[in-house]
Write a protein that binds this ligand. Structure first.
Ligand SMILES: C[S@@+](CC[C@H](N)C(=O)[O-])C[C@H]1O[C@@H](n2cnc3c(N)ncnc32)[C@H](O)[C@@H]1O
Length: 240
């Protein structure tokens, strides 16, 4: 993949690799095919212990099943929002029903903060994953929790060289934790995150990732972490 072949977000989102009918879009809250299993945390139990009006934002929410199940179990004041390029293909139960927004997470932004933000196997299809993670960090409520699956192998430098280790290093420096075993990122508490990378574009033909499903490659160049003149950015070249 050369730089001129990289695909911008608007084009990427029209391709079958980012949304197709073989995707697992129907995870529920608990059980074999579930958010609790994939996240290693039961969202309902987590939210139920928080406040009379807990809030949960699910990025790349698919059918929104987990949110729908949570809506019927949480207090009426709970705020549940899902965002996906493709709206639910099946009927949404309710009331109560979550708000299911049909939009790209690369352009959408909330007008409030959330106690819990999840992205279950969604980043694999987002070109600017690091940009989304940075923005989502600012959408957390004080003490809020962000959980997202992340595949470092999908992060590449301008020449296609692996840049995942540099990305994980920068994410950790910004306060994220990363479990390589579970391919999971977590972040506690809202913060301003500025990662030392500039997004260049996506490779929609990167091939299957660790899930076995075709995913997107995300290309970045390195920039200085504290501004163009300071030169403290993580170099992509040393990422493996
Ligand atoms: C593997 S499915 C996971 C769905 C859901 N999180 C689940 O586990 O049931 C990935 C989802 O990401 C969505 N998606 C891909 N790119 C997106 C984007 N740029 N903005 C919003 N959703 C996106 C797809 O439409 C698809 O529903």
């Amino acid at each position: 993949m050369t730089m001129s072949e990289l695909v911008p977000a608007a084009d990427l989102e029209r391709l079958a690799v980012v949304a197709n009918n073989t995707m697992n879009r129907e995870r529920g809250l608990n059980g074999v095919n579930s958010y609790a299993r994939e996240l290693g945390l039961d969202p309902l139990r987590h939210l139920a212990g928080l406040s009379p009006a807990p809030s949960w934002l699910d990025l790349c929410s698919g059918e929104g099943r987990a949110l729908c199940e949570a809506a019927s179990a949480l207090p009426a004041g709970a705020v549940l929002t899902g965002v996906d390029l493709v709206g639910p293909l099946g009927a949404v139960p309710g009331p109560p029903a979550p708000e299911l927004v049909v939009a790209s997470v690369t352009r959408w932004a909330p007008d409030r903060t959330y106690d819990l933000i999840t992205c279950v196997h969604g980043l694999h299809y987002v070109g600017d994953q690091l940009g989304l993670l940075s923005r989502a960090a600012s959408w957390l409520a004080p003490g809020g929790l962000l959980l997202a699956h992340f595949d470092p192998d999908s992060v590449r430098g301008p020449d296609g060289a692996p840049a995942g280790r540099a990305a994980v290093r920068a994410l950790r420096a910004a306060g994220f934790r990363y479990s390589a075993r579970h391919h999971r990122l977590s972040l506690r508490g809202a913060r301003e995150v500025r990662l030392p990378f500039r997004y260049l574009g996506a490779d929609p033909a990167a091939g299957p990732n660790y899930t076995g499903q075709p995913a997107v490659g995300s290309y970045y160049s390195s920039v200085a972490a504290d501004g163009p003149s300071k030169g403290t950015g993580t170099e992509l070249a040393d990422s493996r």
